[in-house]
Design a protein around this ligand. Sequence first.
Ligand code: WT7
Length: 637
Amino acid sequence: MMKKISSFVDYFQQYHESVTDPEGYWAKIAETFNWHKKWDKVLDWNFKEPKINWFINGKLNITENIFERNLPARKDQVALIWEPNDPKGKEIKLTYGELFEKVCQFANALKKSGIKKGDRVAIYLPMVPELPISMLACARIGAVHSIVFAGFSATSLSDRINDSKCNMVITADGLFRGNKNVHLKSIVDEALLSCDSVEHVVVLKRTGDPIEMKAGRDIWWSDFIAGVSTVNKAEVMDSEDTLFILYTSGSTGKPKGVLHTVGGYMVFAEYTFLNVFQYNEGDIYWCTADIGWVTGHTYIVYGPLLAGGTSIMFEGIPTYPDPGRFWEVVDKYKVNQFYTAPTAIRALIAQGDEWVRSKDLSSLKVLGSVGEPINEEAWRWYHDLVGKGKCPIVDTWWQTETGGILITPLAGITPTKPSFATLPLPGVQPVIVDNEGKVLEGNNVQGNLCIKFPWPGMIRTTYGDHERCRINYFSTYRNLYFTGDGAKRDEEGYYRILGRVDDVINVSGHRIGTAEVEDAINQHPKVVESAVVGYPHEIKGSGIYAYVTCDALSEDEARTIEKEITDLVSKIIGPIAKPDKIQLVAGLPKTRSGKIMRRILRKIGEGDATSLGDTSTLLDPGVVEDIIRGAKVDVKR
Ligand code: WT7
């Protein structure tokens, strides 16, 4: 195991070193991994193109660093614990030895079916052990995994498959989530009607529901691996070969495929995991995310397994069969580090304290938070009731694009402060800029959060469209990576993340692009146009508020249109993007040049019309009055 940062003084020393000699700093950390060939140069970069190359010409395989490096010492140590949706179901524990065999066998099966280095494989699976198994099998042979969260619709799935021309889809007949049973395979069948690149579909049996298997295309998981050897030699990869693509929403257009490469991501995943959570030999660690999101990629699978840890993956939801489930699982496995999202905490607060009090949580040492700003009330509840006042909370700020955590307390080392992500990790150089791009020096400043120097886990490109990557992240402010978040640095130099400053809404810790939701709504035949904004939502953090103009509607149509719009968004994107509020309006506030003034709609959605700013440039100021009158919230004037 690499050496962890051990004290606050050590943190400042390492931070200093990482800024004055970044290449030396990261080289020392990278040395702790197994390389077939060491790098020639640590870093080559510019944020103009951008070009970001780490550990240049280094040769390695990330799965050899999970398995061969950790074996034989950990052969019989549990690597993965799987807790099923149904608490009466049987858990699965896979040791490093067992997981290795399963990964090798699936890797061999992939190769046998014709998948080779560089091919893209879409994985659309529930939270079952076969998800990390297939993911690591891809990494083993150098295939690029593109995991799609199993809550996304057929359209979202086919968009992602087509964007990166995946050759294969790995899925299941269905999934269990709470008391829901989703027919995944039929979603895949529908998606594939519009995908030409997919040759084979591997289908895992999970629910046992009847499904259709298309001859020549579809094969059961069990048949796919039948008789296949469990011994596999890893593909030797270059540091900058692609490890995976993960699609995420931005302010414009369709979701983009954020691309991460092998070497830098590997180094950053283990480094951040060990340091942030202060994971120790033998600890039981649980991140409640879904592997379909980046949190699951880095902090259920890669980080913990590289570090030789024991990682729990959970198939279910926090409130099934009752709101005590999280704490029951913590008690059952004696979890030491627990990592979840503020939205889950808020949902559980609403269910009362008894669900927590009745469980033995004495094993907990560290609590983590991720995905959105954690409000003070949720922080206190988490800290006082769940952590009994003795567990530090690591409020970890990062993004799909950053690959791993960038700003966070180190557990037990950095003094915490509710709703502050506190300080950057070594190697991370944040700056706050004003809207003109002027860097705001010193403390007590607020503005747009950027990073001015590369870190190993950062995005390399957006799949198939490097220019989009440049425009999205590197063109707003010269020579800076722009995060899309607002932040403040307080008098102590602590960072507080204020949320998105672009047209992205953070709903329950998930990124939803307003443009995507509008495009979906606009596909309704009666809809003329729409504008979508976020508004404060007690549980979700932000809810989705859609203002919609329609053709003349009959009484019957008017009664059903809101439900039709909701269903349509669910069908086109997925249930997570469903608007919470739909307001039919006569017109949208537009400038004379035809631009929708979202600022005004956001204010109204927040219930505050006292500071709408200058509305004189509006084409028709009257529409604002109408919208306020019909708003689905009491609007203060
Ligand atoms: C956006 C990234 C990174 C894992 C999950 C989300 C918001 C994330 C925090 C935090 C305040 C946070 C930001 C960021 N966010 N963590 N601790 N405090 N905001 O990944 O889907 O790529 O979303 O989530 O707005 O930009 P993602």
